[in-house]
Ligand binder design. Structure first.
Ligand SMILES: Cc1ncc(COP(=O)(O)O)c(C=O)c1O
Length: 462
């Protein structure tokens, strides 16, 4: 499966010991609950120390709404700004070049840019088939401003088709404001799309939105090496807690291009009712509507501390080793008649891919096992995995080989009664409408992988 020139993933011995100790101390609740959690692309797990340290902070501190000189307000403001600096430090984002804006999640970061990007009919929105719906949704803002949207298709292993990308990048209308958005790592297939696309697109005049939501939890994103205009993140994906906080990390020059469609409390330096005018605040504040989650934001530091106790490069290696084991075990499964038990969508090795594996089970006669049945069976064995299309319809449609005609014919309309069920029933049952996904993270271990493999073996000779 692996050629001799490809490096087998390994984990540094000291890091492996740290990770094992963390599993038994920080994530003890997993084994106490006999729980196999393999949905790290859905959400990371928090270490116990994150919750303890946050509880201690809240128990002993007095926090007031920021932006005032009271001691309670100043205390909150200081911790919020400390967390902001920590984001810059962690991602090596030069504060002269980048601004870290607190958002509710990655989707909110994407929306902030989508709604404010200066699209006109002369501009373009370019994105890859492999994208989360929160990126796909930007096309509706482009449409409102009559800017055409183009998708770059996926080729072998669900990787971006290089020639098609090159063609589209070259087709940018001169003098336009055009935006190219892609994920650093697919939340469907785990494919890691080249970060080199950033410079390539910029050289062709595009602004780049790198969606790092699925990449950042177990990979280094170094913004002193890579310089996309915009990056989206959710912190619960990186370290489980807190939920409801993400970031838009944006170049100052790119922010200056955006036209926010409204103003709100916190985003202006001055506004007048009678003069019917307002002035936006400087930097991040102009994009942070209303009161920030000033109690939750300080907790992100405790999450970064957990990642840095191991080192993100070691987290990456740990996840790669587990993924390699899972890929090898899953791909080897055969029914007695020799037919494969499952089909993996995306790369079958850990080359240029992360710890997310999507697949479907097939019976010995080749018929598809409904992913909803798989999810129910897994839940009965206390395995938390995820099924469906993971809010990534483009990767799903490509993986399941659903054609545009087929989808258009079945697409829910009011006439059909609407909703997903009529759509599902209309689609060719040999293809299906979704897949099964397992994904690994810092808290995962070899027994988790083996539990997934044991579960997969229950599908043999069905
Ligand atoms: C690649 C990717 N982008 C964006 C998102 C959206 O993240 P959130 O739901 O936290 O806004 C997700 C969530 O799964 C994702 O995996």
């Amino acid at each position: 499966m692996r050629t001799s020139i490809e490096r087998e993933p390994t984990v540094d011995t000291a890091a492996a010991a740290t990770i094992a100790a963390m599993r038994s101390q920080e994530f003890a609740r997993l084994d106490a609950d006999r729980h196999v959690y393999v949905d790290f692309t859905g959400g990371g797990l928090y270490a116990q120390s994150q919750v303890d340290r946050h509880a201690e902070l809240l128990r002993t501190g007095i926090f007031g709404n920021p932006h005032s000189l009271s001691p309670a307000s100043t205390h909150a403001s200081e911790l919020v700004e400390r967390a902001r600096r920590r984001i810059h430090d962690y991602f090596r984002a030069d504060p002269d070049e980048y601004v870290a804006i607190f958002t509710a999640n990655a989707s909110h970061a994407l929306k902030l840019v989508g709604e404010a990007y200066p699209f006109t009919a002369n501009d373009r929105f370019l994105l890859t088939f492999d994208n989360h719906n929160s990126v796909n949704g930007i096309r509706e803002f482009a449409r409102t401003h009559c800017a055409p949207t183009t998708y770059v298709p996926l080729g072998p292993e669900l990787r971006i088709e290089d020639e098609a990308l090159e063609r589209e990048l070259a087709a940018r209308p001169s003098g336009s404001n055009s935006l190219f958005a892609y994920p650093a790592q697919s939340n469907f297939s785990g494919v890691q799309h080249p970060l080199e696309f950033i410079e390539r697109s910029q050289q062709a005049g595009w602004d780049v939105f790198l969606d790092a939501a699925a990449f950042a939890p177990s990979n280094r994103l170094d913004l002193s090496r890579w310089h996309p205009e915009f990056v989206s993140l959710s912190f619960y994906k990186m370290f489980g807690y807190p939920t409801g906080i993400g970031a838009l990390i944006a170049k100052r020059t790119a922010l200056a291009k955006l036209h926010r469609p409204w103003f709100a409390g916190g985003t202006i330096s001055v506004a007048s009712v009678q003069a019917d005018r307002f002035l936006f605040a400087e930097g991040a504040a102009a994009f942070e509507d209303g009161t920030l989650d000033y109690l939750g934001i300080p907790a992100i530091e405790f999450g970064f501390d957990v990642l840095e106790r191991v080192g993100i490069e070691h987290v990456h290696d740990h996840v790669s080793v587990l993924t390699e084991r899972a890929l090898a075990g899953l791909s080897a499964l055969r029914h007695a008649n020799g037919a494969p038990v499952l089909r993996i969508f995306g790369p079958a090795t850990t080359e240029r891919r992360g710890g997310t594996i999507a697949f479907n089970f097939y019976r010995a006669d080749g018929s598809l096992v409904d992913h909803r049945q798989v999810e129910a069976n897994a839940a009965a064995q206390r395995i938390s995995l995820r099924t469906g299309c993971f809010c990534n319809p483009g990767a799903g449609e490509t993986a399941l080989r659903l054609s545009r005609g087929e989808i258009e014919r079945c697409f829910p309309t009011d006439a059909l009664g609407g909703g997903f069920e009529p759509f599902r029933q209309c689609i060719d049952p040999t293809k299906g409408t979704g897949a099964v996904r397992v994904s690994f993270g810092l808290a995962s271990n070899t027994p988790d992988v083996d539990a997934v493999l044991a579960f997969a073996r229950t599908m043999v000779d069905r």
